[in-house]
Design a protein around this ligand. Sequence first.
Ligand SMILES: Nc1nc2c(ncn2[C@@H]2O[C@H](COP(=O)(O)OP(=O)(O)OP(=O)(O)O)[C@@H](O)[C@H]2O)c(=O)[nH]1
Ligand SMILES: [Mg+2]
Length: 638
Amino acid sequence: MPPIVNLGILAHVDAGKTSLTERLLHLAGVVDQPGRVDDGSTHTDSLALERRRGITIKSAVVSFALAGATVNLIDTPGHPDFIAEVERVLGVLDGAVLVVSAVEGVQAQTRILHRTLTRLRIPTLIMVNKVDRRGARPAAVLAEIAEKLTPAVVPVAAVDGAGSREATATPCEPDLPVLAEHDDALLAAYVDGRAAHTARALRDQTRRALVHPVFFGSAITGAGVGHLADGIAELLPRAPRGGPQRGTVFKVERGPAGERVAYVRMLAGAVRLRDKVLGDVVTGLDVFADGALVRRSVARAGEIAQLRGLTRVRIGDAVGQADRPEQHFAPPSLESVVTPCRTEDRAALFTALTELAEQDPLIDLRHEGTDIAVSLYGEVQKEVIAATLAEEYGIAVTFRPTTPVCIERVTGVGEAEALIGVAPNPFLATVGLRVEPGESAFRLEVELGSMPSAFFTAVREAVTSTLRHGRYGWPVTGCVVTMTRSGYWPRQSHAHATFDKSMSSTGRDFRHLTPLVLVSALRRAGTTVCEPVHAFRLEIPADTLDAVLPALARADGVAQEQVVRGALAELTGTVPAARVHGLRRLLPGLTRGEAVLESRFDHHRPVRGPAPTRPRPSIDPWRRKEYLLQVDRRVGTR
Ligand SMILES: Nc1nc2c(ncn2[C@@H]2O[C@H](COP(=O)(O)OP(=O)(O)OP(=O)(O)O)[C@@H](O)[C@H]2O)c(=O)[nH]1
Ligand SMILES: [Mg+2]
């Protein structure tokens, strides 16, 4: 089996990831002609919607052979609305290419991606693309990368004729000082004329994610792409082999008959046809290899396989001994209620959305009475969901206006308790809880041996679910809950030794009592509703500043920095998530259509004015009387 490199291509929107993928496929001999995004003829943008809009929405895998290795390339979307697609891919990469446009330079999204790649220590090459386009400024963009991303960059090519179709990128010797910083012996060896040492140092340090080699080129003319391909083959690490079965599901799609197809990267060990995985038997197995999907009976460590037969599989599932992936990016800060245009489609819409949510980490559903709310990163995602529902399920929908997803933060310390056998506690359980601000956690101030562990589990689970809806209906976050009292009645028997249910505590007593105690404690502690605030970067023609600044202020935005460079002004600051869309709609009219606005979740801040509320579910401990009528009341059965 040839060595394997699982490679992600990441960048801000329109940097040229999909075009570069086509070039690499062409170079590897998989396609005769590189496809074009603008003609809708690329391999990885295969969805009708992607082709129509010319943007990538879903991550896609293609594989090709390069210098004796198999490269499984994952082309990812760059639009910030689809960041969750990138998220799922990060856990399966051996290396990455971070693309930066030689015209637009480092963008907010580039910084977010770079920070995450660094934190995960994923070896990364940087490709400065579009050197052929008018306005290309490779040297300035290199300086920007060093300034805004990391100084640990090593340019490995030089550009001639930037800004014209004749632009070329010629390989050059790697820069010594940056490499010498991580390798004392290097400088001495170089002085002795042992240049080969530099090449090895570059490879070692790239593989350890200490430095990023920077390549230059054009996905359209093909300049520099061969050099990048050499870099991928030589500088990035190979997937490790062997070990016990460990894999991760990073993509789920539906096959032609509606069956689930799971994309699994095997991190270690192997998965075989007819293996039992996630409670089902693998009935079909294909592996990405050399430009195609190949039917096989086994997928080994390093390989990416499509598995069939897993009826319950979801993105993020672990195969064998793998851990579930952690979350790398901020969760969606917006949501909107979806309603079917025809009321008779309500049930079908519910089924369709549930199905989409299973395959798509972007779609998180919440029920609001008979309505369904979907969490969102932005407006483009709404269009994609609407188009998918229309095209794949024949359901026309409308969205209510997007609203921010707020949180409730605990402001003080609050305690409450309910003692067993003491009115008005109708349950056979003693629970005391204290809440206070802090990093969310559940702690015990009572002996672990004081109750059967099942009762503690019941309390802990009830705490977690109760915190989903605070006093105003929003999730309560940043809250330490400490159990201060516990108590139960053990299995009781009457004189005749028959088990008497009405005298013995059960898990249900704890499950039903805990929410009541917790909301009392929360009431005493007090909570404030906080809304999501985005950090933005806005580029506009400098002569439109006078028109834009008042509009920004009206949208409750604050410009923290304002830099005018020639004819362009760049503003950075913060704006409430709820106002981003309105601002985005106003900008074209104020800036002759030239504004570029990027925004992403930054922090939560207390809402000014009256707190917005969100409906709580029907079984609601905040309304004690109704709650007690709804849950199984022990006292009434006695
Ligand atoms: N001149 C020039 N245009 C390029 C180059 N690379 C990409 N483009 C163009 O830039 C646009 C975006 O290219 P894509 O390949 O779709 O970019 P992407 O990064 O995949 O975009 P998303 O997946 O939507 O984030 C298309 O119109 C391409 O033709 C390049 O090197 N030079
Ligand atoms: Mg793309």
